[in-house]
Design a protein around this ligand. Structure first.
Ligand code: PEP
Ligand code: MN
Length: 351
């Protein structure tokens, strides 16, 4: 099990060193061995808006070196270009991670992989200990697997990081990658997966239940003051409470971790995710129906339009015929009853 802990971004020397110091003292107080921890901080930040903090840049690499020297923790940062790889490896960064946005672009991953190879052959002083690849921003298991292979060609050990999509887990994608590459460690990133500090402890536990190999968690000594991702970073005390609860006071038993048990846990995670989406979709549908009701009222049209109703029933039959081709067709009676229920509720929104 290993844990990659630290702020979203390296903001200042003080913030980096203070966060590292608090993580170390907190974790030693609950006697979790420090050897299992890697310190993270993003030096170059891929942000949505150009008007927000973009990272402290190359200057921050020296702060990471200081963390390594003072606290003996290996350090990790994100590389999004070959230039980042070169600068970080020169500065003795131990682990590089490739972010979700970069992971969506195979040409960028190729360029990073060849720079890792290149810098490795020129620089024996600081060997890179690992490269981590996040899932792409879109739920594309094949691209994530392709990127794992691209990075394996560097000869540096590769770890997958499941950070979800749109602030939600994508268990089906992670399950597919886990099954295809059980030999590659997989970590969970509960911070980017939820975008919400309150959900981080439960997600760390979920990762453990699925037999993942650890987590990458955003930890900041003053989360509310963070210059990026303030809502999802936890404090060093919060981190300790989460790890203590899940790993010291209620550790998983061998039975919990058996391959059979894990398979059921994965399938349940997949089904919970689908249920969530199902309810969200139904709720969204009802809201569109309400808006249609507003339009109908304004134009003097009755809520029930028999032609339109019939059209939808026909469309459902065609949909089910298509599902028959891949063996996932629904029972006709089930489909009719389900549709009746949805339609009934929908009409209520238009009364
Ligand atoms: C990060 O880890 O700080 C980060 C930017 O993550 P992601 O690529 O998963 O959004
Ligand atoms: Mn972040």
């Amino acid at each position: 099990m290993f844990y990659i802990l630290g702020p979203c971004a390296a903001e200042s020397r003080e913030q980096v060193l203070e966060t590292a110091e608090q993580i170390c003292s907190q974790l030693s107080a609950i006697s979790i061995p420090q050897s299992a921890f890697i310190f993270r901080a993003g030096v170059w930040k891929p942000r949505t808006s150009p008007h927000t903090f973009q990272g402290a840049g190359e200057a921050a690499l020296a702060w990471l070196q200081e963390v390594k020297e003072r606290f003996g923790m290996p350090v990790a940062t994100e590389a999004a270009t070959p230039e980042h790889v070169e600068a970080a490896m020169k500065a003795g960064v131990d682990y590089l991670w490739i972010g979700a946005r970069t992971s969506a672009n195979p040409i960028a991953v190729e360029a990073i992989a060849s720079q890792i190879k290149n810098s490795k052959s020129k620089n024996n002083k600081y060997p890179l200990r690992g490269v981590l690849i996040k899932n792409p921003v879109n739920a594309d298991a094949a691209l994530w697997l392709g990127n794992i292979e691209r990075l394996e060609r560097t000869g540096v050990p590769v770890t997958a990081v499941h950070r979800g999509c749109n602030h939600q887990p994508c268990w089906a994608m992670a399950h597919a990658v886990r099954q295809a590459r059980p030999d590659i460690p997989m970590l969970l990133d509960p911070s980017h997966m939820s975008g919400d500090a309150k959900q981080v402890p439960a997600l760390i536990e979920k990762g453990a239940e699925l037999g993942l190999d650890g987590a990458m968690v955003e930890v900041h000594y003053q989360p509310s003051e963070a210059l990026s991702d303030a809502g999802q970073q936890i404090s060093p005390e919060g981190l300790t409470a989460a790890l203590k609860d899940h790993f010291v006071e209620r550790p998983l038993t061998l039975k919990d971790r058996s391959a059979e048990r894990l398979e059921l846990n994965w399938l349940r995670a997949e089904i919970d995710e689908l249920d969530d989406r199902l309810w969200d979709t139904i709720a969204q549908r009802m809201d569109v129906s309400r808006r249609i009701g507003v339009w109908k009222k304004a134009h003097g049209v009755a809520p029930l339009q028999p032609n339109r109703y019939q059209q939808i029933v026909e469309k459902l039959k065609i949909k089910n015929d298509a599902l028959k081709m891949n063996g996932t067709a629904l029972g006709e009676e089930f489909m009719a009853r389900m549709w009746e229920l949805i339609h009934e509720e929908s009409l209520k929104r238009q009364e």
